[in-house]
Structure formats: structure tokens, C-alpha cells
Design a protein around this ligand. Sequence first.
Ligand code: MET
Ligand SMILES: [Zn+2]
Length: 716
Amino acid sequence: MSPFPKSTVLGYPRIGPRRELKRALESYWDGRSSRAELDRVGAGIRGETWRSLAELGLEGLPSNTFSLYDQVLDTAVLLGAVPERYRAAEDPYFAMARGTEGLAPLRMTKWFDTNYHYIVPEIGPDTVFKLDAGKPLGEVREARALGYETRPVIVGPVTFLLLAGALERLDEVLGCYEELLGALAAEGVAWVQLDEPALVADPTPEELAAVRTAYERLGAARGRPGLFVASYFGDLGEALPVLAATPVEAIGVDLVRGGVPVVDLTGKTVVAGVVSGRDVWRTSAERALAALGSVRASRVTVSTSCSLLHVPYDVAAEPELDPALRSRLAFAEQKVAEVVTLAAAEFHGPAPAGPSVALAGPVVAEGRSPYAVRAAAQAEHLRLPPLPITTIGSFPQTGELRAARAAVTAGTLTQEEYERRVEAEMEHAIRVQERLGLDVLVHGEPERNDMVQYFAEHLDGFAVTRNGWVQSYGSRCTRPPILHGDVGRPEPITVRWATYAQSLTDKPVKGMLTGPVTIVAWSFVRDDLPLREVVFQVADAVREEVRDLEAVGVSIIQVDEPALRELLPLAPLAAQEEYLEWAVAAYRRATSGAGDRTQIHTHLCYSDAGQILTAIDGLDADVTTIESARSGARILGAVESFGRGLGPGVYDIHSPRVPGAEEVEELLRRTVRALPVERVWVNPDCGLKTRTYEQVEAALANVVTATRRLRAELHA
Ligand code: MET
Ligand SMILES: [Zn+2]
């Protein structure tokens, strides 16, 4: 077996340096270009990635890290886990990812504690696993044709099954992996990377047994490539000795988030992740070399802590950033160069202790009155009908508006003209909502490019990038701001727009803010302060905004926290509890300056809310809107005990499909059966910015029809 290369990365961005894949996908989905055109763009991105990694001097090039949508979905296809109902679709892959006219998509959720979303594989009694190795083999051949030998990267069997909730199918799935290893070996592949990030989350005894079974068996396969099992996002803990006892030749450890392994790994190659794939800061060579030097193994390879999927491509694409900040930054290209430099250096010696950090003092948040008191004051003030209908904030973002924003940046459109267009857009959204008969309106967020970036642009301590895109799901990317200094709010941010929107209508218009945890979770954050302190700084800025909105008479203020679960440490339990405690305290600090009469809403989505329900309850928001329709209303059973207003979504906004009035009615009936009707709100799962007005108006009209039917019964 050839030795494992001296330097590598676990994965690379794939949306394209100028989001070429995004454009190609969307044009293909819209029927504006052919499948061949899409594949050509994909091949271009893959080829360019290998070329640039090789040019930077990286030895071990990964392949199969590219995906047209998601690597977990790719793995499901690899293993033949395509549910029957999608097989007849014109394009089963994208049907699973996005749904079709008559078919809902598979569930999507967050990839561990990142802002990347994967498609949850659906494995049932009918699933027959059958290997389809076309994609990894194709990429190996494609790279070879360009002159590069690569290491295919595949989601490992244990992680795949844990994500699918089907660990009991291990035996069958291992058959496919064995077959895959044979096919890769026959192709002349020297090493394969099996990603097992699920192992860092405190594995149970069953999971540890599965690791043993899986890697004993794959290790025993004859005529196979070298096995490299990669872990990331934390410490392998108890899974490390288990893995080390199997025949796998190389083990990947995250030395940024986890500690240097105490286990003696003589006989193995350790692929040491010392360059962080989760932040945008340059690596301290001193610390990295010390960590590398303390690994006890037969061979040490320098690598990134995880795939570079989670960082933008290149700092060189940001000429406008302040040079002082730029010199502190490393994006994917720069991180690869760091890996290469570190691999060329000599490493030995123990790691120095990190700087010790002091925690912030106790959180002082003045309390609001008990819910019953607030609820009475709000009912009196707002006078809403039963089952009030609202939306989550954003309305469709038109291409014209995005173009107008770009034109302001380019200097071809004046700020005044832009603001006039934003106002026109708000007025349009308000009129649509009035005409449809919604009860609590929103201004539609047309002035925002993104719910986090918009605030970052208006707060001190943040920088925003021009090309720093990171994939969120499918073709969707975000440009996380860089939080690099102390946070402050020099002046009110949303008051001008909130005032304008409210001036257009007699119905209440919600003030719309992003919460402190979400702002931090979706930014790249300074690493010289404890996270909690940074979140509290942001909470104080949000608090000032809440007060200013209230002062101009806004009577409902929504503070979104869709990322509350995202920052939850993967393990251990004590760290999770500690996090939730300060995260909830930060939210309350941000919102508790509001008077009793002001109704505070919060919104959560993408989350497996079940796990953090107590914390969501602890936010003490008067109304919580939460994603529900997309996951078949499974959340209902879990939120019964919730003591305040609750709006489980009745319209899945992630797909272009328009739900019929009957379908919405059915969901709503299930909701009022599960919850006291006087506390139920009616709303979509999330904001509407990715949809078209045509879809949204049709869907919301059905939501109103369904709600009116139920209201009529309540009156009867
Ligand atoms: C990801 S949650 C989105 C909430 C935001 N207010 C919106 O409607 O777009
Ligand atoms: Zn949402």
C-alpha cells in the first residue's frame, strides 16, 4: 500500500469561485439550459479545483467532494436508497432534493453544527440497498484524464445510517461498501476517505459496536484501497480506541476542536486537522506545529480540521477589505497553502496551553411580567381574531431588487432611487397581504440582502465580503459577515423602514429583527473572546433596536433565532446545557426591554427543535413560529406543553409546490387538536423570499381559506 500523502484537505468548496454552479443549477431547474450544460459547468469546477490544489503543492487530492446538491444525497444514491415514489420522476435526484409538482422533497436538516444542510436519507422496510458507484468512479477517471490521482471521499456507513436513523441496517449497507472498495481498487485507487463525523458526538455503546463491526469488516475486505476514516467537528473520544483497534490504516482527527489523541497510534497514519475548516482566520504556525509534534503515530499527515466546504474560496477576491483585517484572514486557498507549508516544516514538542479566557459576569436581564399579564395587555391592544394569520417576514425577493442593490454598489443607481424602489416593493407586499386578508402583516424585508448580513452591515465590529460565499444548501449560498471587533450599534437600523411600512396600513406590521445567537452563528467570529461574550455584545445591540422600535409605536416585534440549535455543542451534555443557558439568557437580554403590551415573536426553522424545546420555551417569547409542515407536522406532539402563542407552519416554503386549501386545512386541524386553539397562530414554515409572488399568493390564499373554515366552526 502506498503511504498516505504528507498533506491533504478533507474537502473543498464546490459552488465555484463566482458561484458558477449556483447559476448553472438554477438555469437547469428553470428549463433555461440542458443537463449537458450543467454537467459541463460541474466538470469545469472539479477540474479547476484539482488544478489549483496541485498548483499550491498539495499532495493528497480529494475527489467526489463535488456534488450537484448534497453529499449525503449522493451517498443515498450510491447505496441505492432512492425511495420508490421518486424513481419515476424525470430527474429522481433533484426530485428528492427539491420535490416536483406532485411530490414533496425529502427532509432537509443541518449538517452537525454548521449552516450547511443535507438531505435526510429515507430508509424504510422497502429499501433495497444496491451499489451504484458511477459518481465516485467517474470523478476518479475524470481527474486521471487531467493528470491527477485522487482519493474519493464518501460518507461512511455509520454516519450515513445514523443520519438516516437506520443503524440496524448496517449489515446490508456494509455489503455495498465492500463492493465499492472492490470497484475502487479495480480502478487503481490507492486510498479512500470515509467520513464519520457522527462519531464525535458522544457515541452510545451501540454506535461504538457499529464502528467496530463496520471497520473490522471493511478492513478485512480483500483487494481494497487504503482506508482513511475521517472524523471532524470535535473529539473522537471513546470512538478513537475502537477505531484504532480495527485494520483501518489512517484516522483523521480534528485537532482544532478536539485534543491531541492520548491513545498511542503506532502503526497508523494520523491525518491531523490543524488548519481550521470552520473559521476564516490564519493558523498559528506555532500552535499547529506543536499539536502535530505531539501526535504519537507512525506517520502524521497535515490536513484541515474538516472539509473547506464551510469557508469561502479566496481572500484575493476581497480587494476592498481593510488591509489590517485582510492580513488576519485565510479562506480555502490560503488554508491549503498553510497545510502545504506546515507539511514542509519539522514538527515536534508539546502544544502550549491556549490563552486562558475569562467568562462574562452574571447576566442581568430585567424581567417582563408573567405571560398571563402580558397576554391580556396584548389582547386588549391588538384585538386579533382567533387563529391569527401571519407570515415569517420576507416576501419574494425580485431580480430587479437584487439588480438595484448591485447597481447602488456599482455606483450606477443613487441611494434615493434605490430607497424609492424598496418602498414600492414594501407597499406591494403590504397590499398583497391586505387583499389576501392576513391579520398581522410584515414589510417583506426587501431592503435586506440577507437576514444576518443586513444587520452586520449596520453594526460596528463586522466586515462584509464581496465574494465570500459559502454553500448553505443546494444552490443556496450565504456570505457570512466577519465579526472581528467589539460590536456596537451606532444608530437605529430598522426603524425607518418599520415606520414607513406601518404608515401604509391599519393592520399591525411586525418589526423584524435577527436574534443575537443567529447573527453570531451565521458569521465568522473572532476567536479571541469566549463566544458567549460576543453573543452578549450582539444582544445588547438588538436590545437597543427593540427599544427604538417600541418607542415609535411598533406593537409586535419578531426576533428570529433560526440558528439557536446550530451552536449547540455536539457533546458533552454539560457543555450543551451551559450553552443553552447563556444562549437563552442572551435572547432574553435582547428582548426583555420591551413592555408588556408589546408582543414579542420568535421564529425557528431547520432545527430538530425537539432536542432544545426547553430552551425555546425559555426564550419566553409571546409567540413562537416554527417549521412544521416540511417535516409532516411531527413537531406537534412535542410542543403541547408550550405555554404561550405557537404557530407551527402549515405551508412548506422550501419547494415551489403550492399546497391546496384542503391540505392546509388538514394540517391546521391536526394543530388545533394538539394545542389549545386560543394559542394557535397560522403561518408558513419560514420566510417567503425564495418563492415567487405567484406561488406565495396562491398558497396564502389557500391558508386564508382553510383558516376561515376553522374559524367558522369555532363560532358555530
Ligand atoms: C431562516 S428564518 C428566516 C426569517 C426571516 N424573517 C425571513 O422571513 O426570511
Ligand atoms: Zn425560518
